[in-house]
Write a protein that binds this ligand. Structure first.
Ligand code: DGL
Length: 294
């Protein structure tokens, strides 16, 4: 009797995940950082279902080569599609900078179901910056990969050619978050060093874009080292609004996004480790499931 009950429980548990995943909006990041984007999306559009995937076992992506970031991101996107997502948001600047365009132009046209879509975080952030900066001098803080790709200056200058964009790679910041060392004093050294660097490269900067989804977790420390004249801009809110706008403009996609207000969390590392960390980042208890990518 007890055994039959357990089998039934297990079936219902798996069925719940299968039901949850089909029609969910996929949200992908190398690790925990994308949770800062997911929570903004969830608070703007709580009615939809989401499927978060963190490739924690291979994070950080920031210092990896173009080919590797593309390959890892492609695997994650295809996996989310397999799980039933029709729309995937790359809640990762490094993946958006190094993989989005190739996935959109090369991989999506090869799929049998050509209605699947992938969106990134750089364009929605570039779109907003013109209405925020007054000095027209903007700084980008990001991973080495994001800064080297020049994606931000390219996207911003397409929309606002008058804005001068300066980048600063902060290779230690995402690992500080990923290893949950971001509130410790050790973090201060690296944060201050990179902020001093970028402001000495261009002292007229009045807006600093946090161009990595891990960085909002460092926001309090970042603000404590910035002069009042400089605004640190986290992108989650703008990405969420841009997604809402996208769904409004694409009713066919909106119609295939399910609405049970449920979220599934998936990681390529230990689910227990992920649940503990995600609970801290999201301020609520969550359960995670492990999946493999290849
Ligand atoms: N959170 C990611 C980003 O927005 C990547 C951080 C990393 O894996 O290095 O760039």
């Amino acid at each position: 009797m007890m055994k039959r009950f357990r089998i039934r429980e297990r079936f219902l548990y798996q069925y719940r995940f299968i039901m949850l995943k089909a029609g969910s909006i996929g949200v992908f990041d190398s690790g925990y950082g994308g949770l800062t984007i997911l929570s903004e999306i969830q608070s703007l559009m709580p009615e939809y279902d989401y499927c978060y995937l963190g490739d924690n076992s291979r994070a950080p992506y920031g210092s990896r080569s173009f080919d590797i970031v593309y390959e890892f991101t492609r695997q994650a996107v295809l996996r989310l599609f397999e799980m039933g997502c029709n729309l995937v948001v790359l809640a990762c600047n490094t993946a958006s900078a190094k993989a989005l365009r190739t996935i959109q132009q090369k991989d999506l046209p090869l799929l049998i179901n050509t209605d699947k879509r992938v969106l990134g975080v750089i364009r929605p952030t570039a779109e907003i910056v013109g209405s925020i900066t007054k000095s027209r001098h903007v700084g980008i803080l990001g991973t080495t990969g994001t800064i080297q790709s020049e994606s931000y200056p390219i996207e911003i200058n397409k929309l606002f050619p008058d804005i001068q964009v300066t980048g600063e790679a902060c290779p230690m910041w995402a690992p500080l978050v990923e290893n949950r060392e971001y509130q410790n004093e050790g973090a201060d050294y690296f944060i201050k060093k990179n902020l001093d660097n970028i402001l000495s490269k261009d002292p007229q900067i009045d807006t600093l874009i946090l161009g990595c989804t891990h960085y909002p977790l460092l926001l309090d420390k970042i603000k404590s080292f910035l002069p009042d004249s400089v605004t640190a801009l986290a992108q989650g809110e703008y990405v969420a609004r841009s997604l809402q706008n996208y769904l409004y403009r694409h009713p066919d996609m909106e119609a295939v996004c399910t609405k049970n207000a449920a979220t599934g969390y998936f990681t390529t590392e230990s689910p227990q480790k992920f649940s503990e960390a995600a609970t801290i980042f999201l301020n609520k208890k969550i359960d995670a499931e492990r999946i493999t990518l290849e």
